[in-house]
Ligand binder design. Structure first.
Ligand code: ARG
Length: 442
């Protein structure tokens, strides 16, 4: 191994913390001036030097390689303003510095993802509103179960992503602690003002224990866990998009640009975007496993293993961000094929529960009603009929309670309209649900 320094270093992946690292240093230096640990002349010189590096970075200039981004910034500062630049590292260590940088990075990343989730929810609510009369089969075990409104289906995802947002907000609370001032592990003998630095950097709290301050990575794990649950929810949605697009279902279409053709089969439109989003879960769950494994068994306080925390955090964030951006556009283009979704409700004896409920409302114990309807369904299967193809005489053979009005209960729209319990699928319930969600999304 020739390049040992490169091996133990993190410069190849922590470069994206450069700007944050400089802002953290500016805050630290201002605090050192305020607490008179360094004089204001020196402080101004350092801050101006840091600001000039920041400006150049923003213009696209590349900072020369060092072991890690913290050394790179410090060395560049000393190159620009001389040895006084070395005063910047008074009363801190790279251990508390990197923990601070990563927390700031994650705070920003969490807000970005929250905003994307909110956009996604708004798209879903609009879709639900626009398709409020579309009826489709609802499934359990992927078998036709009962008819539902397509809007009801879409809103289920709005609620999932609402929890994802709230989970991120909760995670944010624990990220929002400043570890800077923990120094290497034991704190420092300098009379620093950590609250000042926290306020400058927009942290709500400061860490209480310097050992914990430099060694804690729960916040990163929690953030990647949040990314993992979002990814998990996206896989469920994408799986259904893939299924509903299959001609066997034919329930939906999405814009062609989210699909691709086959190199051999000219007729194909494959749902690649949905598949890639589903597949991305593999690496995102992997990122979570990586973090768990890196932190597992580490003795207090800082260990160099922790340096490996950054690639999984960045990877999970980048990929969820891309997935949500694609998902937002893809779902905005989604169209229901309502003839097919309605046709779907004609398969699989989807009115069966409603017939059992009909009997139960007429005083038949539900268990008995269940078994009567099971016999009706078996009869239908044997005679290749569906429920609405039965005559009233046939119904009456199974129970004298059936009256002519039973046919009303075989109609999917009627079945949907009857579901009036809180949170259910009737249009009335769904309109209410949309109102409630819209209030939350304001
Ligand atoms: N590059 C290191 C990291 O990412 C910075 C901290 C190094 N600290 C140390 N004592 N070697 O974690």
């Amino acid at each position: 191994m020739k390049n040992f320094e490169q091996f133990i270093g993190s410069f190849s992946f922590d470069g994206r913390l450069a700007e944050i690292d400089i802002i953290v240093s500016i805050a630290h230096v201002k605090m050192l001036v305020k607490t008179r640990i360094i004089n204001s002349y020196e402080g101004k010189k350092i801050v101006a030097g840091l600001a000039s590096i920041l400006k150049d970075l923003k213009k696209g200039w590349k900072i020369p390689k060092e072991e890690d981004i913290h050394f790179a910034v410090e060395k560049e500062l000393i190159r620009r303003i001389g040895a006084v630049g070395g005063k910047m590292h008074t009363a801190r260590s790279r251990n508390d510095q990197v923990a601070t940088d990563l927390r700031l990075y994650i705070k920003d990343a969490a807000k970005t993802i929250e905003n994307l989730l909110k956009d996604f929810q708004k798209i879903l609510v609009k879709k639900a509103n626009d398709n409020i009369d579309v009826i489709m089969p609802g499934f359990t075990h992927l078998q036709p179960a009962q008819p539902i409104l397509a809007a009801h289906y879409l809103l289920a995802y709005v609620h999932m992503f609402q929890r994802d947002k709230e989970r991120l907000e909760d995670c944010y609370k624990r990220v929002d602690f400043l570890p800077l001032g923990s120094a290497a592990l034991a704190g420092t003998s300098f009379k620093i003002d950590r609250l000042y630095t926290a306020k400058f950097l927009g942290f709500k709290n400061i860490s209480e224990n310097s050992l914990d301050g430099v060694s804690d990575r729960d916040f990163a794990i929690e953030f990647v866990f949040c990314m993992s649950v979002i990814s998990l929810h996206l896989t469920r949605f994408c799986e259904e998009i893939i299924l509903w697009m299959n001609p066997e279902f034919g329930y939906i279409s999405i814009n062609d640009k989210f699909t691709s053709g086959s190199s051999i089969m000219p007729q194909k439109r494959n749902p690649d975007c949905a598949e890639v989003i589903r597949g991305k879960s593999g690496r995102i769950f992997g990122d979570l496993t990586a973090l768990f494994t890196i932190v597992k068994s580490l003795p207090l306080a800082y260990n160099r293993d922790l340096q490996e925390d950054k690639p999984p955090v960045f990877d999970a964030f980048d990929n969820i961000k891309m997935c949500l951006e694609v998902m937002n556009d893809m779902i905005a283009s989604l169209k229901f094929v309502k003839e097919n979704t309605l046709k779907g409700t004609e398969k699989g004896f989807i009115a069966a529960t409603e017939i059992a409920d009909y009997l139960a409302r007429n005083n038949v114990p539900f268990r008995t009603a269940h078994s009567i309807v099971r016999d009706i369904v078996l009869y239908c299967k044997r005679h290749s009929k569906n429920l609405s193809g039965l005559s009233i005489c046939e119904f009456k053979k199974f129970s004298p309670i059936f009256k002519k009005d039973i046919f009303k209960y075989l109609n999917a729209k009627h079945i949907v309209d009857m579901k009036i319990s809180y949170g259910s699928t009737s249009k009335k319930s769904i309109v209410k649900q949309i109102e409630n969600i819209k209030r939350k999304l304001k």
